[in-house]
Design a protein around this ligand. Structure first.
Ligand code: AMP
Ligand code: MG
Length: 417
């Protein structure tokens, strides 16, 4: 296995004197500082669904590997001019999985079935529906182009041509394509192992009985499901109360098992914010005050050589920050490159006055060809995430949005959800 280079301990440090980092600058910094941290392994193509290619893949053979018939019909040589033509049918057939041993003469034709190799002396096939057979005479009406209904060798893929580039994530249809051209193994990156920690003394596991001051831990299961969609392996560290020693222990535990750690809550600079306090005490933390709504600071740091993404606790902010900042970062660590989604430009079905100075993401959904937004922008309103089918991105500048104005809309599918 080839070991990937490690990240440096100051990989999240921010340039001096910056108060609020614009989203684009934050993304640029993350892209520059992070690199692939997973090893490469070779696996059978059949097992490769969802995996990321670690090297480009070339076709070993062509598809089709030999000239064959696209239809059930009769094979002969040459195109036909308009009018009736007659061939003499020779005995035997060419069927899929066998080769016809003989040669078909210039005035002769042979029965052929779909997928069967074109016999020597033929290059054109007429559909069985388009002929008249009388004894050993085959009558065909022209015109018919030379090469009709024949699949040429390599017309789909030529042996030796590049099929997929490094970083491509293999889909089920790609498996079919790879196999068809003789590729049986691929070099892929080992799935990224992501540890998830929920912090907060108010949090409870789903299914347990809540005390009056408690809430269920919504973030951890939500984040786990997102990571699985992205083809990552989850290491579940559980819930950790707001306690400095316990948070440090959880970070030790997480960093020893995973390539990257995601925490939720406790990421600000408050009294009970032990994720940021721990990372600061380790000397490798940067509080990224990104000019974005929703999202309070992101606490980014290194713990025992492993990058830690400290998300805000509010589920909406945790979700949005994960899509916007954490997903491309994880993709980069996983070898897939710093993948950013492509927005669709669609007319707004809402009105809003947006102030300058920060980017905003609103829970949004398509209504016909227009985009409507969730009534509340409250960061704790988880229902809006399910109501929506994507996010609207409003630019850093001030903007007066009225119905009909084009906005950037990202369907959840553009984030791989
Ligand atoms: P914090 O970032 O710790 O200040 O938390 C911000 C808000 O998010 C608080 O109202 C927390 O109770 C809430 N919160 C924190 N973690 C979770 C979680 N895992 N699931 C649901 N809500 C959470
Ligand atoms: Mg808290």
């Amino acid at each position: 296995m080839i070991k990937a280079p490690k990240l440096s301990n100051d990989c999240f440090s921010l340039p001096q004197g910056i108060n609020w980092t614009p989203v684009d600058d934050a993304l640029k910094l993350l892209q520059q500082r992070l690199n692939t941290v997973v090893e490469i392994e070779t696996i059978p193509v059949q097992m490769s669904d969802g995996r990321t290619l670690a090297s480009a893949v070339e076709a070993i053979i062509s598809n089709p590997p030999f000239k064959n018939s696209a239809v059930d019909g009769y094979a002969f040589k040459g195109g036909l001019s308009a009018g009736q033509h007659c061939f003499s049918l020779i005995g035997g057939r060419s069927v899929a999985g066998t080769s016809f041993a003989g040669i078909v003469g210039a005035t002769e034709a042979l029965r052929i079935l779909t997928g069967a190799p074109l016999p020597l002396g033929t290059d054109t096939i007429v559909l069985e529906e388009d002929v008249l057979v009388e004894g050993s005479n085959l009558y065909v009406n022209g015109p018919l182009r030379q090469g009709s209904n024949a699949r040429q060798e390599g017309e789909d893929v030529l042996g030796g041509s590049e099929l997929f580039a490094t970083g491509h994530r293999i889909q089920p249809q790609d498996i079919g394509r790879l196999i068809s051209v003789g590729v049986s193994e691929v070099a892929v990156f080992r799935p990224l192992r992501v540890a998830i920690v929920s912090t907060g003394s108010e949090l409870c596991e789903p299914g347990s009985i809540l005390q009056p001051e408690q809430i269920f831990d919504a973030n951890r299961p939500m984040l786990q499901a997102m990571l699985k969609r992205w083809g990552m392996d989850v290491v579940d560290i559980g819930i950790v109360p707001d306690d400095a020693a316990l948070v440090r222990r959880a970070l030790n535990d997480a960093a020893s098992q995973a390539d990257v750690v995601i925490t939720s809550a406790g990421a600000s600079a408050g009294d009970e914010d032990y994720v940021s306090a721990s990372l600061t005490s380790a000397g490798n933390m940067s509080l990224w005050r990104i000019a974005v709504k929703p999202g309070r600071p992101l606490a980014l740091g290194m713990w025992n050589g492993v990058p830690v993404f400290g998300l805000p606790g509010n589920p909406v902010a945790a979700f949005v920050c994960t899509l916007i900042f954490v997903r491309p970062s994880l993709m980069q660590l996983a070898g897939a490159g710093f993948i950013l989604p492509e927005p669709l430009m669609l007319p707004a079905a809402f009105s809003k006055t947006k102030k300058a100075g920060r980017r905003e993401y609103l829970r949004a959904r398509r209504q016909g060809e227009a985009i409507e937004t969730f009534a509340s922008e409250g960061s704790g309103r988880i229902s809006g995430l399910s109501w929506a089918d994507g996010l609207v991105e409003l630019p850093d500048e001030a903007l007066e949005i009225t119905p009909g104005i084009s906005v950037n809309y990202f369907p959840y599918s553009s984030f791989g959800l």
